[in-house]
Design a protein around this ligand. Structure first.
Ligand SMILES: CC(C)(COP(=O)(O)OP(=O)(O)OC[C@H]1O[C@@H](n2cnc3c(N)ncnc32)[C@H](O)[C@@H]1OP(=O)(O)O)[C@@H](O)C(=O)NCCC(=O)NCCS
Length: 256
């Protein structure tokens, strides 16, 4: 029987009354695997936009805190995004962190704009604590309007235009993809720029000020973003980022 989406998530769970943003660790893997259970994943992502990654790498990134989740008080996951690190060798043949791909973005709560909380939190954390040498990027299909709105309109990411750059990003970011049903469809690579840092900080502050995720019908869910403090993204720093400051030295000098 079809569930009533007014009170249920896309995968048929009752909507939570409160959520907490968490950075991932090994203990969170089962909750994320539940979202990827094929029956649930089909309901959350019917177009199969989220591509599957190698399990060992998936578990490694989860364990090392390179994912964010929205979880309820029992630890069930309702929204997810992950950061994928790619390496290249320098001219002395030493590997370095070249790009970070933000991907695996999924939310089971349509209409709450919940993805901006997980994406902004993780992209800011990556930029602040694990910045790659080149770019933080995301691959988005032209037909995926919800994702375009999120990255382009809300979070102010920009399309990478240079062909040689998009080829390099594609080659490196697709090495750990094991199942890509979207291959060949028109897409863009988006990159996180200075204005994106400001927009993402503003998005986080707006959610923190409201204290809730809201849907147009008036339904709201309390949200706790305190995990951001633990990775150094304190309110005074976020306020500075939101005002356009991206110099890390200046930001580090701001008392937490
Ligand atoms: C993409 C995704 C993460 C966005 O999450 P979100 O921003 O929290 O989604 P919401 O449901 O709150 O919708 C946000 C906006 O997109 C719009 N939208 C959602 N689905 C849409 C669709 N299929 N077509 C057009 N617009 C859509 C909503 O109307 C809303 O618009 P508004 O800002 O004008 O109110 C989520 O839709 C999702 O999990 N999709 C399946 C997996 C996926 O595509 N992942 C991204 C891969 S790059």
């Amino acid at each position: 029987m079809k569930q009533n989406t007014t009170f249920h998530t896309a995968d048929g769970r009752p909507l939570p009354t409160s959520l907490k943003l968490v950075f991932t660790n090994a203990a969170r893997i089962p909750a994320v695997n539940d979202m990827f259970n094929p029956a649930n994943k089909l309901k959350i992502d019917p177009q199969d936009y989220v591509v599957k990654r190698e399990t060992s790498l998936f578990n490694k990134q989860m364990s090392n805190g390179h994912g964010t989740l929205l979880v309820d008080n029992k630890g069930s996951a309702f929204a997810l995004t992950m950061a994928w690190h790619t390496t290249a060798n320098d001219n002395k043949n030493k590997p370095y962190h070249r790009y970070t791909e933000m991907g695996t973005t999924l939310t089971s709560m349509a209409g709450f704009h919940s993805a901006q909380a997980v994406v902004a939190a993780l992209a800011l954390h990556q930029w602040w604590n694990h910045n790659p040498k080149n770019k933080i990027v995301a691959e988005i299909l032209e037909e995926n309007i919800a994702s375009q709105k999120l990255f382009s309109d809300t979070l102010q990411w920009s399309i990478v235009k240079r062909k040689a750059t998009t080829k390099d990003i594609s080659d490196r970011c697709n090495t750990n993809v094991v199942e890509d049903n979207n291959g060949g469809k028109p897409h863009h690579w988006f990159e996180c720029k200075k204005e994106s840092i400001a927009a993402m900080a503003r998005a986080i502050l707006n959610i923190a000020d409201r204290g809730t995720l809201n849907r147009k019908d008036g339904h709201s869910i309390a949200i706790d973003l305190s995990a951001l403090d633990d990775v150094g993204l304190t309110r005074p720093r976020l306020e500075a980022m939101a005002s356009g400051i991206t110099a890390k030295r200046a930001l580090r000098g701001i008392a937490p």
